[in-house]
Design a protein around this ligand. Sequence first.
Ligand code: 4AD
Ligand code: MG
Length: 465
Amino acid sequence: MISVSISDIHNNCIKINSQIKINGWIKSKRDSKIGLSFIHVSDGSHIFDLQVIAKKNLKNYFSEILKLSTGCSICINGKLIFSTGKKQKYELLADKIKIFGWIKNNNTYPISPKKHTLEYLRDVSHLRSRTNIISSISRIRNSVLHSMHNFLFEKKYFWIPTPIITSIDAEGSGSMFTISSKKNISTKKNIQKDYNSKYFFSKKVFLSVSGQLTLETYSSSLSKVYTFGPIFRAENSNTSRHLSEFWMLEVETSFHILQDIIIFSENLLKNIFSYVLKINEEEIFFLSNYLKTDLKNRLLSFIKNGFIIIEYKEAIKILNKFYNFSNKKIIFGHNLSSDQEKYLSEKYFKSVIVIINYPKDLKAFYMKLNKDKKTVAAMDVLFPYVGEIIGGSEREDQLFKLDQRMLEMQLNKEDYWWYRDLRKYGTVPHAGFGIGFERLLMYITGINNIRDVTPFPRTVNNANF
Ligand code: 4AD
Ligand code: MG
């Protein structure tokens, strides 16, 4: 007997009348008075569950099947038949049902067949992937990951795993988590006088805030590289779009300038959106109904229209003219608030926008200074409803200019000696960007709190599970 997944059945990969075996969890069950039960089973492989018909002639019908409830895990052997009901194409006529796990106490099982709020589900993160909403997001997440790697592979980019444990601040912003492990010094002989030698790595180390700087070492030889990994930021921002631990795709390309990475990232996103629309049509439909948002149109509209590009100085002109603030005007050098960013993308342009050429003091030390000596060749890609999803720039490739920026930002250039070496030995113009994976998922799924697209979110005051 072949074991199949429910997605194989719904995708018409299994012949009708085949004897098959499926495993899964009960979503809901209905018993009729005539000794017939309809059990809806899900194995998470597809948004639709499978209706199993259990008749009273089953050996354990009265002793077990009638007692089954939502959440029980079972294995069914049976024949795949066309359903006579209108709601589904196929159903499974059970010959044998084996119970793996019962629900010990129905009154305490947190996931009932009714619709739960996303806030409620956050408290039961260990069980929430059993709901249609969270499992749909999970399947879309997988498609995004797959299409991202595929796109880069096809464009002949090399994947480089960059370190998570680091001794430098890649963004120069000081929001790093410190790793505090010390060496296990047990004998007197091993005790050394040097303070640093107490640390496991003989120096202070942190969790990485970006893989970019180490990635640049490989773009300086392999030309086209990317990394995808967990990022840790100790920012005290308890908002709906900040995590302390998130994932970032970082792409770095030698001989690219700002215009190239704008085009490249736009194509990458178009590719991801098209893939999701193709592979996850049902999930997008389900989420659109659930959230009352037309996600298909959102994704198609980006595929058709792409980015609108504006300069930072244009952005502040627009805000000063049209944005309704009670207090002072924005002047060159001010950071844009998330509300101002939202106004620009959601209300003014009604589009995904790329703001370029920010004042140098608003941005990281490694960004390339423009000819005006006031701005850097940077881009922030701002999405309606979510805000910034991509940050990128050309990199400063001249050593003396890089040193000058480090000095201005009070960074110790000795700490970045190997990064500076890249500017000493065969430096090249290059550029790169980072995409916040969870924020991208928020835009694709229409979910407006980052905690709901992240299996186990870590935020200020919260590291549950
Ligand atoms: O703009 P950021 O800070 O850029 C960098 O770290 C660069 N080194 C990337 C590069 O050029 N290789 O972060 C990039 C993206 C942001 O646009 C945002 O989407 C996401 O990472 N991000 C966060 N996502 C969730 N929670 C947070 N606390 C985030 N901080 C940044
Ligand atoms: Mg940024």
